[in-house]
Design a protein around this ligand. Structure first.
Ligand SMILES: Nc1ncnc2c1ncn2[C@@H]1O[C@H](COP(=O)(O)OP(=O)(O)O)[C@@H](O)[C@H]1O
Ligand SMILES: [Mg+2]
Length: 155
């Protein structure tokens, strides 16, 4: 499903972010509402703000030391109220490489998984995963679409 198709589905919530801080703030609110075994698929172009959003998620989970993007290591694991498994598939274009990672092991480990470039997983992405799509509007503006399951928790 492309970002645009996803935005068209019902029951999702759209948030307008005017700065990286706004995006971190939304991430923090959602991070505080995460539950064991949540899997969240993040989509959006390079520089859209996926990693920035995960920084907020980390804050919401009470993780203080969150700085790095896992782009070079594929997965970063942080211990907060729940374990945060932060996956970035940017370097992995090939479906076989992604299959070989064994990401599924993290899905039911009791922590939460945030997956950047999740669309690359295809049908390896669990059906129950929630989705966050970030669209660049201008240099500092973003439209952040939050799938219905997560959006409900924010109400
Ligand atoms: N509203 C915004 N939300 C998120 N990031 C923003 C926003 N405005 C500007 N930025 C900047 O855009 C960049 C996003 O980078 P990053 O989070 O690494 O993107 P991605 O992980 O999607 O490639 C950062 O430099 C951030 O400061
Ligand atoms: Mg990133």
């Amino acid at each position: 499903m492309t970002n645009d198709e996803f935005r068209m589905t019902n029951e999702n919530s759209i948030f307008h972010s005017k700065s990286a801080e706004d995006t971190i703030f939304l991430g923090k609110k959602i991070g505080a509402l995460l539950q064991p075994n949540d899997v969240i698929a993040l989509t959006g172009d390079l520089g859209a703000g996926k990693t920035t959003f995960v920084k907020g998620i980390a804050e919401g989970l009470g993780i203080q030391d969150y700085v790095t993007s896992p782009t070079f290591v594929i997965i970063n694991i942080h211990k907060g109220k729940l374990v945060l498994n932060h996956v970035d598939l940017y370097r992995l274009e090939d479906k076989n490489e992604i299959e070989d990672l064994g990401i599924e092991e993290y899905f039911k480990s009791g922590g939460v998984c945030m997956i950047e470039w999740a669309e690359r997983m295809g049908d390896l992405l669990p059906k129950y995963s929630e989705k966050i799509g970030i669209k660049v509007i201008s240099e500092h503006e973003r439209e952040i679409c939050v799938s219905s399951g997560l959006a409900l928790r924010l109400r």
